[in-house]
Design a protein around this ligand. Sequence first.
Ligand code: ADP
Ligand code: MG
Length: 460
Amino acid sequence: MLHEDLKKWFGFESFKPGQEEIINNVLNNVDTLGILPTGSGKSLCYQLPTYIKQKTTLVISPLISLMDDQVMQLKLQGEKNVCCIHSGMDENEKQQNINCLKQSKFIFLSPEFILQSYNFKLIKDLTIGMIVLDEAHCLSEWGYDFRPHYALIGKIVNHFQEATVLALTATAPSYLTFDLEQILNKSFSVIKNSMNRDNISLTHKNFADDDEKLKWLLPTLEQSGPTIIYVSSKKMCLSLAQSIYNYGFLTGIYHGDLSYQERHTVQHQFINNEIPIIVATSAFGMGINKKDIRTIIHFHLSTSPSSYMQEIGRAGRDGKQSQAISLYQPDDSYLLETLLFTDIINIEDVNAYELSQFLPPEKSDILDVLRTQYTFAQLRNIFDMAYKRKKTGYIRMLGYKNIDQCRRSYLIEFFDESLVEKPELCCDNDCELKLINIINRKKVKRKMDFNEKIQNLFKK
Ligand code: ADP
Ligand code: MG
């Protein structure tokens, strides 16, 4: 029966692992957390039940690019009743989308948008059959860069009593279920597939300094196919992209301070293979639906196994062999610790906030939002716990550079998983790995025709 629906609405012959269980849950109105690896078809887990139930689905999504991508996919599938409102739109576009809210089958909004009371009024009387929390791990990312509105979406979810909640993510730390249940005040049935991605080989390399890293990196990029290089800072993003450009490759940068338009452009150039390499901070990746990314290089280590799995999971969505390579030099740990712990909100910050003492605006803004729902005691607990979680993740990731055991096992054991079967190309500690060999085009110097050359000669 469900197979017929799948065929009818999507033309697929069979479900991918995990999809059927999740969809059955949702159809039986069971609130569900679905943890399936990147590229395993999570969107279909809410799209098919929407068609079967013929009720509106509200998708709460953390990123504009992610919303745009999903809207585009749905439209390509022939769905017209889709709407999406976000800050990257001009007023006109926003209004057009607001006008079609009522007849939409799929509504995409960000948590910040819905929680503004003016916006909430736009949707509060709609009949919503399902609420999807896409990239649900965002709920667990307490910290200075945390999106505090995620901690308040219980209000929205509880308003739509009839709606079934489906939380979806590719990487779930063990505490995600706990956080979800706390924030939404509901219990969840968890359907989880291994986070392991067999077609991504794992390599790690230690160097003496950044120059040594570069010496290895630049020639490696000649044949790494479509590549994302993750770095830990915006500054590094620029300087590394410059070195790569000077070496002869077209390359793009992506970080949190770019405008919507700039991000959009670079993302499209990468997706359409106009540039082979992108240098990015962790802001890049969620919702980038490029199937043939062959290489993910971490110029600096990720800050936790969760982010690492999330980031390398962007490779090989077409199922073909891909590689994840991380690099390290001794100064990096200082960089990472600064990144992770310097601006974190801690118990002292909450105390200061309680006493109305000065706090940097980045912190007080977050606490302003959270205070609408949490007591000071709760906030102290939350940020204490967040610190401990960050530390645990960081230490595990740091250990990755020294291990001589299987890297894959080391990573997934962090999520209480164990490896059932190792792929043939597992990791550099298990076997001899050859680098991928897909040539990246270099910049072409444009040839001028004779007339142009003459004209240039006389130009001042
Ligand atoms: P995720 O959100 O898990 O990263 P997506 O939902 O973007 O993955 O889906 C990845 C790709 O898999 C999409 O191109 C989608 O059309 C395809 N897909 C989903 N379900 C199936 C299926 N049952 N059979 C074949 N392809 C599928
Ligand atoms: Mg997805």
